[in-house]
Structures are given as C-alpha cells and as structure tokens.
Design a protein around this ligand. Sequence first.
Ligand code: 5GP
Ligand code: SF4
Ligand code: MG
Length: 458
Amino acid sequence: MCGVFGIRGHPDAASLTHLGLYSLQHRGQESAGIVAVGDDGTARNLRAMGLVSDKFSPESIAALTGSTAIGHTRYSTTGSSTIENAQPVLARFRDGHIALAHNGNLTNSSELRFELEDQGSIFASTMDSEVIVHRMARSRSAAPEEKLADALRGVEGAYSAVVLAGDTLLAARDPRGWRPLVMGRLNGAVIFASETCALDIVGATFEREIEPGEIVAVDASGIRSSRPFPGVESRKCVFEYVYFARPDSRIFGGSVDRARRELGRQLAREAPAPGADLVFSVPDSSNSAALGYAEESGLRLELALIRNHYVGRTFLQPTQAGRDAKVKVKYNAVREVLDGKSVVMVDDSIVRGTTTRGLVAMVRGAGAREVHLRVSSPPITGPCYYGIDTPTREELIAANFTVPEITRKLGVDSLGYLSLDGMLRAVPGGPAGFCHACFSGDYPTPPPTDPVKLRLGK
Ligand code: 5GP
Ligand code: SF4
Ligand code: MG
C-alpha cells in the first residue's frame, strides 16, 4: 500500500508535501520520496528507504524549491524493497519530465511491461507504476491530461495517482475507484492526497473526492476535469474502512471512525459474548471497532494491551521465532485489567493468525480466565491484487482452516467473525459499490499473470 500527496500553487510546496507524508506514513513505511518542480522548470527529487521522520533533513527539503510538488510513502506490493523502487518515479523525455506517485496495484502490468520491453524500453525499477510513465512518454497527445489518459487506457487494476508533467499537476483514479483520493485547497493552492488527514496536517480544507475514472489537471490556467474511460460499477476497497485508513480521515464519502464503530456495533449484534466482564482492542487498528462493540454490548471498554510505538518495520523478522518475539516487543498485557476475567478481545482482521496467537497467549498469561475473540471483518480467504499486501493463499489462516479449527489454533474460548453482509451494510455508502474479493472470492478482474510464466510463454 502507499500514500500519495500533491500540491500546486504554494511557495513551500516541498515542505508541505513532507508534512503531508507524515500523516500518510501508516499507508507505507518502506520508503518515501518527494519531487518538486522549481520555478526554472527543473524537477528535483529526494527519495530514501525508511520513515519520513528519519530520512529527510530540513536542508534537503529546503533544496527542493518551487511551488509544485508530489510525494509518496511506499509499502511494496509489486517490486522488491529497494531504493530503485522508491517513488515518486522521475523520468525525462522529449517534452521534459514526468514524475508519478502511485497507490494501488495494476493487474496487467506484466503484459504491459513485456510489450514495452519488446519494443526496446529500458526500465529502471521492477515496479508496476513505471509502465504508466513509459506509456505517457510515448503518447503523441499535447495536453498532459490527454497523455495520462492515453497511458491509462488499457491499464487494468487499481490506481490513485498524482503526476507531474512539466508544471502541470495531475490526479487520476481508476474507474473502479479501489483506492481513495481527495482534493483540498490551501489559500490559492490545490492539493491531492490519499486521505483527508493529510489535508488537516497542512491546514487545507477538503473540497471533494476525485471520482472513480476521473482525471483532474491543475496548471496556470486553472483546474480541468475529464472522464476519459467508460463507466463501470465502483469497487472501493472495503478493507480501507476495516483496517487501512486512519480513523480521523474521511474517505469514500464517509468517516473512517464512524465506519469502524458501526463495524464494531454490528459485530456485537452478530457475535455477542454473554457473561463476559469487559472488552478491549488490539491497539491501534481496532480501537474504534472495540468502542463500537462496547457501546452496543454494554460491556466496559478497558485498555488491556499496551502497544510500544517505537517498534519500526526494521524489526520485521522473516522467521516464525522472530515473529513471536515481535509480538512481545510490540505489545504487553495489563495484568490488573485481565486477571481472573472473562474478556472480549476485538481485532479488525486476522491475516496469518501469527500475531493473534501470540496476543491470546499473552492475555492468558496475564490471568484472563476466558478469551472471546471478535473480529470486525469476515475471514480473509484470498489474496488482494489491488494494492494491499496480503500474503498468498497458503499463508492465510482462513483460506486453509475452518472457524472451529482457527478457534483451536488461536487458543481462544470462542471466535466470532463479522459476516460479509454485516460488514457491507455497516460501511458508509454500502452495501453495493465495494470490493470485498479477499473475503468473498468475488474478484472484479482476472488475477494478474505471473511475469515469469509470461516471459516463458506459458
Ligand atoms: P495476524 O494474527 O494475522 O498475524 O495479525 C493480525 C493483525 O494484523 C491485526 O491486528 C490487523 O490489524 C493487522 N493487519 C491486518 N492487515 C494488515 C496488513 O495488511 N499489514 C499489516 N502489517 N498488518 C495487518
Ligand atoms: Fe480491498 Fe480485499 Fe478488494 Fe484488496 S481484495 S481491494 S484488500 S477488499
Ligand atoms: Mg491490528
């Protein structure tokens, strides 16, 4: 997953982009970058592996002069975790430069890349996003938004992207609208961002969402909107409401906080826990859902797990032993809250089950008498091809085991998941118009082709 930010018409464009990226850090912690266009028309970029707060000095931001900039925080889905794959992508071609920051995942990028390479294109990264830049450079259209539309015609899958072509700032959202993208204003400046929390941090006001299938161009003559693609039914990612977006954001026309609370309330209606003494969240991602569960069930909300906020992704260990240790470094249980109690632990989702199993053991170790796990989304039974970094089917616990089996494996007294219908009715604007493929198997596009198989002609 990724976060994107773009601004045009402000003398501090790069430093505001830097600020915006702070509030989009949850969307990707692997790398971050900024490209700014100076008043002389020169594009300058700054990219680094790691966190926004660690990697950019005030001097390096100050060197990015100009009133137009875009930025990106990255969590890799396609392409490995290297600096070559950090975004924004910046390329120079016959008409100047193109810079692109992309959130989402293209499902036919292997085919598109193969086609371009066949015609002699050379790629600097292994990212799916780079094909969009190549296709833009090849377009013979004059207007930047037409170049972008030419590039995106034939591209399948998810993209919410901000693009710089010369000093024109562009924003584009795929016709199904998988990923959020909002537009705001700061005095005379126009801003695009993945979530409204990035508008708040720079003091901008929310104007509207970029609609699915829309391209917006901002240049010296003003703002132009176009809809160059045929209309299709929207497939906003329901997992953005469940887990990914920040609760202080508004996306897809609704509040993430309200969505999560309603998910928690619906969960309490569908999977009550009679006889339990209290409810707690697995901080921070399920805080709002646990509040909703507490409100609906009448159970007292407690803080039973404390999360260490200083554990970065650098601690991510690939081995099972490392993962178990990671749970203990990241969380600890409060014995005074749990000892002798029958408790409801609310989490937003179970992916592999590894963290959850460690947490359940920790909660029992702190004296809990009974542990009733409630999950504010349905079982995840398939991978995501549209930009969320869920693992392969083999690693997904709910793709391989039944609910009673998962109950035993996690060591809980009872396990209740939210139903698919319940989830879709709880989110703002539901139940139609959402992607729920990883829960339901109802994929809106064919799965992406394996690039190796494609190359071997299989
Ligand atoms: P598990 O028990 O499956 O190992 O971990 C479940 C936890 O992972 C939940 O607390 C949930 O909030 C979190 N989670 C859900 N989706 C993602 C994701 O895409 N990335 C990361 N890092 N955590 C996730
Ligand atoms: Fe979101 Fe799941 Fe659809 Fe991926 S498959 S876009 S995570 S709902
Ligand atoms: Mg969590």
